[in-house]
Design a protein around this ligand. Structure first.
Ligand SMILES: O=C(CO)[C@H](O)[C@H](O)COP(=O)(O)O
Length: 218
């Protein structure tokens, strides 16, 4: 299993986004996790494809993953692909036609991720895992950074890993050097950490600590 760390820039200084992102990448991140919120699917607003497009011009070689916390994920596939997104993660709870959405994302040239909120049973996603490159297990209620990690989500990760040895399993929400070990043991290999990275002055150390704790645990 290969570890990949993608800090979330949700709680970073958004008025200095390109600089913040560059610093995160220079500190050893593997990619950037961009949280897109529409005020409908979640009770918060962030940014959309115009911001992502501007960011792409400043960071031409960085992997961009968009976590679409939006009510109509199908609407933003093409604009996000044109803005330079590499992986498009939608929420299972936001669409009734997952197969069509997955095809649309793939046709637009992006990798596909499917996410589930904490109250969604893991069984709901199992039938779609084979269609996707990545499954995202939310370990906080989506909408805000800086919340407490929900340990009770760990069995979902374990179950998916037991059924799908090769799929990328991402964990997002309250992840830090304290709890990344249990995520690793359960089978998560793609780690999103927001506050744990952007909330510290030493991002290099924060990312190195995450990597060390993950490696210790597997
Ligand atoms: O999707 C998210 C919130 O909906 C964020 O990516 C996530 O919460 C990261 O921030 P933190 O590590 O501070 O929890």
């Amino acid at each position: 299993m290969k570890l990949s760390i993608g800090p979330s820039i949700l709680n970073s200084d958004l008025s200095n986004l390109a600089k913040e992102c560059q610093e995160i990448i220079n500190s050893g991140a593997d990619f950037l996790h961009l949280d897109v919120m529409d005020g409908h699917f979640v009770p918060n607003l962030t940014f959309g494809h115009p911001v992502v497009k501007c960011l792409r011009t400043k960071l031409p070689n960085t992997g961009f993953e968009c976590h679409m916390m939006v009510a109509h994920p199908e609407k933003w596939v093409q604009p996000m692909a044109e803005a330079g997104v590499n992986r498009y993660i939608f929420h299972l709870e936001a669409t009734n036609d997952i197969e069509t959405l997955v095809s649309k994302i793939q046709e637009a040239g992006m990798k596909v991720g499917i996410g589930i909120k904490p109250n969604t049973p893991v069984d709901d996603v199992i039938q779609y895992v084979d269609l996707c490159d990545l499954v995202l297990i939310m370990t906080v209620e989506p909408g805000f950074g800086g919340q407490t990690f929900m340990q009770s989500m760990i069995p979902k990760i374990k179950y998916i890993r037991s059924q799908f040895p090769d799929v990328d399993i991402e964990v997002d929400g309250g992840v830090s050097h304290v709890n990344i070990g249990c995520c690793a043991e359960a089978g998560a290999n793609v780690i999103v950490a927001g506050t744990a990275v952007t909330g510290t002055t030493n991002k290099l150390k924060a990312i190195r600590d995450l990597r060390e704790e993950w490696e210790k645990a597997i």
